[in-house]
Unconditional design. Structure first.
Length: 112
C-alpha cells in the first residue's frame, strides 16, 4: 500500500505519522493517578510524545504532563514497551506554542 500523501510505502510507520517528531532529551514531570513522576521525553510532536517514566503505566492511562511554555497537557498512553511510553495529547499544541516549547528542550542527534 502506498501513502497517498508522501508516496512512501505504508510498511514504513514513520511515513504514516500525522506529525513530525522532534528528537529531544528533556526531563519533565507527569502526574499519574495523582502521583508525580519523572518523565524523560525522548521525542515530541504537537500531537504527543514518547518518553521513559518510572511508574507502572498501562495503555489507556491518562497523564498530566508538565512541559515548558504550555505548562500542563493531558495525554492518554497509547502504548507501553520496554520502559517507554507513547502518548497522545488530548488537545494538539498550537504551532506558536509548540515552537516556543521546543526552544526550551535540548535536541538529541540520534534516534531511539
Amino acid at each position: 500500500m502506498v501513502n497517498q500523501v508522501s508516496g512512501a510505502r505504508a510498511s514504513d510507520p514513520s511515513e504514516l505519522r500525522r506529525a513530525v517528531r522532534e528528537l529531544v532529551d528533556f526531563g519533565a514531570k507527569a502526574a499519574l493517578r495523582g502521583v508525580m513522576h519523572d518523565l524523560r521525553v525522548i521525542n515530541i510532536s504537537p500531537l504527543g510524545l514518547m518518553g521513559r517514566i518510572d511508574a507502572d503505566v498501562q495503555k489507556g492511562d491518562r497523564l498530566i504532563v508538565e512541559l515548558p511554555h504550555v505548562r500542563t497537557l493531558e495525554a492518554i498512553v497509547r502504548w507501553v514497551e520496554d520502559g517507554r511510553i507513547g502518548t497522545e495529547f488530548l488537545s494538539a499544541v498550537p504551532p506558536h506554542d509548540y515552537g516556543l516549547m521546543l526552544v526550551s528542550m535540548p535536541r538529541r542527534q540520534t534516534a531511539w
